[in-house]
Design a protein around this ligand. Sequence first.
Ligand code: FES
Length: 62
Amino acid sequence: MIVCLCNALTDRDVRDAAARGAERVSQVYRECGCRVDCGKCAREMRDILRTPPRPPALAAAE
Ligand code: FES
């Protein structure tokens, strides 16, 4: 699912960035090699960052 339209980032991109150590929205952009544009995605990114990672078996089934 696309989370950031400006940078075409998906929820998976956000979770992958979190797995690499991103804890804040600004760190997600940095990890993904892009920059904030309109900022409308920040709230959803924050929600994703606060959600614990899913067990691998469930994540693979998505
Ligand atoms: S939707 Fe993410 S910066 Fe615009």
